[in-house]
Write a protein that binds this ligand. Structure first.
Ligand code: SAH
Length: 209
């Protein structure tokens, strides 16, 4: 159930669904998604669906992770990425080998602790973790060449726009439950261009710690 054939099938499915980046597809093939879910759900780890991971949170659907990573890295020149909503770290694990450094922010301490251990176990070392509120970003290490948000915001957070480097891209689901759009914001000096990609379904980006 975690075999090469099962993973190949997932990659084929994402290709059919329109994912074009070979680098991203390779990562989907490589990352052992069964290690990010509870044992009871392991047999479903390579289905293209979101799954519960406890504490009211979910592991994102592989297609959505691939789509967001592809959108983030399209024309990517730089090195550092800010990720909001670490969760179980699946998105982090897909992204980390494709960039120089990932700074990731999560508001649930228990999740963050487990995820730190899990990524270390997978020999992923270019990730720095922070317990905090994603609406604030992480100013200390900015500006970032890319920002990726794994929870839906009512509007694009102002602080994240400020922490995006010129030429950088922010990929974020925006909108109320039932009407969320995956959105790409591109910064050109002090001008921001916003482009909707497709409808998505995420847990909300909660305000405050
Ligand atoms: N990236 C994960 C999915 C994360 S689900 C994956 O690859 O599967 C969304 C995560 O965002 C949850 O863990 C939730 O706790 C977190 N979150 C929600 N609001 C937040 C906020 N304001 N700041 C930081 N993290 C937040």
């Amino acid at each position: 159930m975690t075999s090469k054939r099962t993973r190949d099938r997932l990659v084929a499915r994402l290709r059919e669904a329109g994912i074009r980046s070979e680098a991203v597809l390779e990562q989907i093939r490589n990352v052992p998604r069964h290690l990010f879910v509870d044992e009871a759900l392991e047999s479903r780890a390579y289905e293209d669906t979101a799954l519960p991971i406890g504490l009211g949170q979910t592991i994102s659907q592989p297609y959505v992770v691939a789509k967001m990573t592809e959108a983030l890295l399209d024309g990517f020149r730089g090195g550092s990425v800010l990720e909001i909503g670490t969760g179980c770290g699946y998105q982090t694990a897909v992204l980390a080998p494709l960039v120089t450094k990932v700074y990731t922010v999560e508001r649930i301490r228990e999740l963050l602790r487990k995820t730190q251990q899990r990524l270390r176990g997978l020999d992923i070392y270019n990730v720095q973790f922070r317990l905090g509120d994603g609406w604030e970003g992480w100013r200390k290490y900015g500006p970032y060449d890319g920002i990726i948000v794994a929870a839906a915001a009512s509007e694009v957070p102002e602080k994240l726009l400020q922490q995006l480097a010129p030429g950088g891209r922010l990929v974020i689901p925006v909108g109320p439950p039932g009407r969320q759009e995956l959105t790409v914001v591109t910064r050109k000096d002090d001008h921001y261009a916003q482009q909707p990609l497709e409808p998505v379904k995420f847990v909300p980006l909660i305000r405050g710690d």
